[in-house]
Design a binder for this molecule. Structure first.
Ligand SMILES: Cc1cc2nc3c(=O)[nH]c(=O)nc-3n(C[C@H](O)[C@H](O)[C@H](O)COP(=O)(O)OP(=O)(O)OC[C@H]3O[C@@H](n4cnc5c(N)ncnc54)[C@H](O)[C@@H]3O)c2cc1C
Length: 304
């Protein structure tokens, strides 16, 4: 049975983790760690409870700069009306994570640091070029979110380091994003495929786009070549189709209980097209502000 250490400050937490490297594990909401402890996935002498470090929680929006504390609850992201308007993919990802009970405990930092390939939040953050802030005994550093993931269940955090926040830019206008997923069951199931898309438009042309995938590679993936297929003109069924094909070619899904690799590739192609279309409608003002999309993005009127 692990002992509990409850630090009162970030320095105290980092110091304890540093001096107990290899025998102490951070715990935030505990929705992953408690299961890992029971299944033997984590063996540790100390749990370092981050939940009293209130300064690591919070959603700060300053102009186009958004900073999310690592201890921010997934539920807090889900119900934030500013994010629903300006960073809809984040809210669409948060609302499908587990259940309300899980989302009320689960933190953003825990979702990222558990490094589950199918985790909901990474793709939705990657399409905003998110950067993570990290604190360790040696000081603070930041790195692009994509560089945090080293493989299933593995991050590039050094022993003793903590994720403290995520920074991203959310454009104030002429922009849209979307997160969609496929699951075998409609609730309380991990994603078989997760897809996020974002774009900025100028007039009738897409000037910047991003596509990111979850659950179809050992780490969450950004697929620049998929986004490039739609930049430079308005979104059309043909450019969206090309983007979907490029995303399907870029991923390397496994076959498991949630679907075969071939099926997942086919789903990637379809969800990328749908996510781009919804992001486009949002960016061009043709989508009701703050309205979330169906979870799989299927609209009544599908593109031909
Ligand atoms: C029933 C159920 C359903 C779920 N459904 C989904 C789902 O649909 N989609 C999904 O993505 N996830 C799902 N999850 C997984 C889980 O809820 C999320 O990954 C959650 O966001 C983890 O956050 P936490 O605060 O509970 O992390 P914890 O369990 O406290 O920690 C997770 C890991 O991150 C480390 N850690 C936590 N915070 C930090 C930090 N600040 N710095 C460094 N390391 C840190 C811990 O040491 C641990 O390794 C589900 C879990 C359950 C139990």
């Amino acid at each position: 049975m692990a002992e509990l250490f409850v630090p009162q400050t970030l320095d105290e937490a980092v110091g304890f983790l540093e001096s107990h490297a290899g025998s102490a594990t951070p715990i935030a909401g505990g929705t992953d760690v408690m299961i890992d402890l029971r299944t033997g996935g984590v063996r540790t002498e100390w749990l370092v409870d981050l939940s009293s470090l209130g300064s690591l929680a919070g959603i700060d929006l300053d102009g186009e700069q958004l900073r999310l504390g690592a201890l921010t609850k997934i539920r807090a992201l889900e119900v934030d009306s500013r994010l629903a308007r300006r960073a809809t993919a984040l809210v669409e990802a948060a609302r499908v994570l587990g259940s309300v009970q899980i989302r009320t405990m689960a933190t953003l930092g825990g979702n990222l640091c558990h490094a589950t390939p199918s985790a909901e939040m990474p793709p939705a953050l990657l399409v905003h070029d998110a950067v993570v802030e990290i604190a360790g005994a040696a000081g603070e550093r930041s790195l692009p979110l994509a560089d945090l993931f080293a493989g299933p269940g593995r991050t590039t955090l050094e022993p003793g380091e903590l994720l403290t926040a995520v920074r991203l830019r959310i454009p104030a206008s002429a922009a849209g994003s979307c997160y969609l997923r496929q699951t075998v069951r409609w609730s309380m199931d991990l994603a078989g495929v997760g897809v996020a898309a974002s774009m900025e438009v100028d007039g009738a042309a897409i000037v910047q786009a991003r596509v990111a995938l979850g659950a179809v590679a050992p780490v969450p993936l950004i697929v620049p070549e998929a986004a490039e297929a739609v930049v430079g003109s308005e979104l059309s069924p043909a450019t969206a189709l090309e983007a979907g094909a490029r995303a399907a070619a870029a991923c390397s899904p496994i076959s498991d209980v949630r679907g075969s690799a071939d099926y997942r590739r086919a789903v990637v192609s379809i969800l990328v097209q749908r996510a781009l279309r919804i992001a486009w409608l949002r960016a061009t003002g043709d989508w009701p502000e703050g309205l979330l999309a169906p979870i799989n993005g299927l609209l009544a009127e599908e593109p031909a």
